[in-house]
Design a protein around this ligand. Structure first.
Ligand SMILES: Nc1ncnc2c1ncn2[C@@H]1O[C@H](COP(=O)(O)OP(=O)(O)OP(=O)(O)O)[C@@H](O)[C@H]1O
Length: 340
């Protein structure tokens, strides 16, 4: 659906050249919610703005539905852009226009006649749950309602792709959840491909199927959300993952725990199906060990759950060995933790 090849953006300022995006290779499949996460200055906004040519790339290509947008000009580019809707952190609404008039705006630009515009606006108002607020002005709306207008406006011309640039960063946690839920519903109902730029890991966790991590203008890691969460490779990714499930400091986790007289301390990592199963209770019924849970965290993503648990597996050396074998067969990663 979207293919980025060797994508680069260099900004030339008076004093220096800033490589905001460097050598990005990315594939986003149709119907996917794809998250791009990174700290401030990583290049996320520049990258997403190149997906609809709001920012022309310095080099590389941006293919959307088989068309290289970097090769299009004038009318052809405007038409291709109609397939790509966008929403923004600060909504970018027209303050002198009502909700209905804001939503109608892209339809006017596209030359849709009045009767058709009214029907479409009515549909969109229903889709984003703003019935009864059609005549309100943006200043009379809450942040969540403003973003609903932004979403309806972005969807007016029935795009195939929705770009979300920090779309929930200005909202409180509850409103964030309701907007994320709306985006998920739209993705499922309309089969829309969604690209979400964020610096918040819980946004990725709650809605995204895949994630790419950006640092210094490049994509340093990417893959299915569960894989990246469970086995982060880069330090920056580990930092993001810790925001939601892992302990602040792996060592601190085991601090204050005395070395067991018998058995082993183990860190169990659950992912996908194993996270939803009573593996530990089955283990103690199957193998001659006791399992004492010392710490545990579990997080849920759209693709399943994952988490870690620090346990003391108590038993004879042979039984503990069997317990590790049992866990491996059950699809749970078990790693011995040493405390001195
Ligand atoms: N128009 C511009 N001119 C010069 N430098 C720019 C311009 N736009 C962005 N940059 C620089 O490019 C780099 C990436 O910026 P970008 O806004 O894409 O990052 P970001 O990850 O979206 O961060 P933030 O969330 O803070 O916007 C930064 O160093 C920024 O200063």
């Amino acid at each position: 659906m979207i293919r980025l090849k060797q994508l680069e953006k260099v900004f030339q300022t008076k004093t220096q050249n800033v490589a905001a995006v460097q050598n990005v290779e990315l594939s986003i499949e149709e119907g996917e919610i794809f998250g791009i996460i990174g700290y401030s200055g990583a290049g996320k906004s520049t990258l997403v703005r190149m997906l609809n040519m709001l920012e022309p790339p310095t080099s590389g290509s941006v293919e959307v539905s088989g068309q290289d947008l970097t090769k299009l000009r004038g009318q052809k580019l405007r038409e291709a852009r109609q397939d790509i809707g966008m929403i923004f952190q600060h909504f970018n609404l027209l303050w002198s226009r009502t909700v209905a008039e804001n939503i109608a705006f892209p339809l006017e630009v596209a030359g849709v006649d009045k009767a058709e515009r009214e029907t479409r606006v009515h549909e969109l108002v229903g889709l984003v749950g703003l019935e009864g607020r059609e005549s309100a002005y943006p200043s009379q709306l809450s942040g969540g309602q403003k973003q609903r207008v932004g979403i309806a406006r972005a969807l007016a011309n029935r795009p195939k792709v929705l770009l979300c640039d920090e779309a929930t960063s200005a909202l409180d946690p509850e409103t964030t959840d309701s907007i994320l839920q709306l985006i998920t519903n739209i993705n499922q109902e309309l089969g829309l491909t969604v690209v979400m730029i964020t610096h918040e890991m819980h946004v990725i966790r709650k809605v995204c199927h895949k994630v790419a991590v950006m640092e210094n203008g490049g994509v340093v890691e990417q893959g299915p959300v569960l894989d990246v969460f469970q086995r982060p490779q880069q330090e920056v990714t580990k930092g993001f993952v810790k925001q939601i499930a892992a302990p602040d400091d792996e060592q601190a986790e085991a601090e204050g725990i005395a070395p067991p007289e018998r058995g082993q301390l183990a860190r169990l990592s659950f992912v996908g199906a194993s996270a939803g199963e009573p593996v530990v209770s089955r283990l103690i019924r199957t193998v001659e060990v006791d399992v004492n849970i010392l710490q545990g965290r579990l997080a849920t993503t759209v693709e399943g759950s994952y988490g870690t648990m620090l346990v003391h597996i108590d038993g004879t050396a042979k039984a503990v060995e069997e317990a590790f074998q049992y866990l491996e067969k059950a699809g749970v990663e078990a790693e011995v933790v040493r405390v001195d």
